[in-house]
Design a protein around this ligand. Structure first.
Ligand SMILES: N[C@@H](CCC(=O)N[C@@H](CS)C(=O)NCC(=O)O)C(=O)O
Length: 122
């Protein structure tokens, strides 16, 4: 299985980087410079039209959203014990969802809706 993490430093892409490392996964890192709008380039948008990091490419197939990526890593590397089982698994997902929807938006600069559009010249 080939894993490529599309990553930028000082971003929430650090989350799957840490999880993959803790899981002992073999993965490649592809640095995306979002200060140069590389996530708006055609090659990136073909995989993730949302133009956001992180993205984990699994045998050529993209997976985005930290909640989904974290659960995928935990399930594919169960020996690492990254997620509990039973009812507690859903409580862990509850916390992942809270960080993604309740905390993360406050850690990123406010963006107007036009920030979702491809910048001119990219
Ligand atoms: N809901 C997404 C959030 C993704 C996100 O906002 N990523 C930021 C980095 S922390 C990003 O790609 N920013 C680039 C931009 O908005 O231009 C998740 O949880 O993975």
């Amino acid at each position: 299985m080939k894993l490529t993490l599309m990553y930028a430093p000082v971003s929430c892409a650090l989350v799957p980087y840490v999880a993959l490392t803790e899981a002992g996964a073999a993965f490649e890192v592809q640095a995306i410079d979002h200060t140069r709008a590389e996530h708006f380039r055609d090659e990136f948008l073909a995989l993730n039209p949302k133009a956001k990091l992180p993205m984990l490419v699994i045998d050529g197939r993209p997976l985005t959203e930290n909640v989904a990526i974290q659960i995928w890593i935990a399930r594919h590397f169960p020996h690492a014990g990254l997620m509990p089982s039973g009812t507690e698994e859903f409580q862990a997902i509850e916390w992942l969802a809270w960080f993604a929807s309740g905390v993360h938006p406050h850690l990123t600069p406010p963006q107007p809706p036009t920030a979702l559009l491809r910048p001119a010249g990219v």
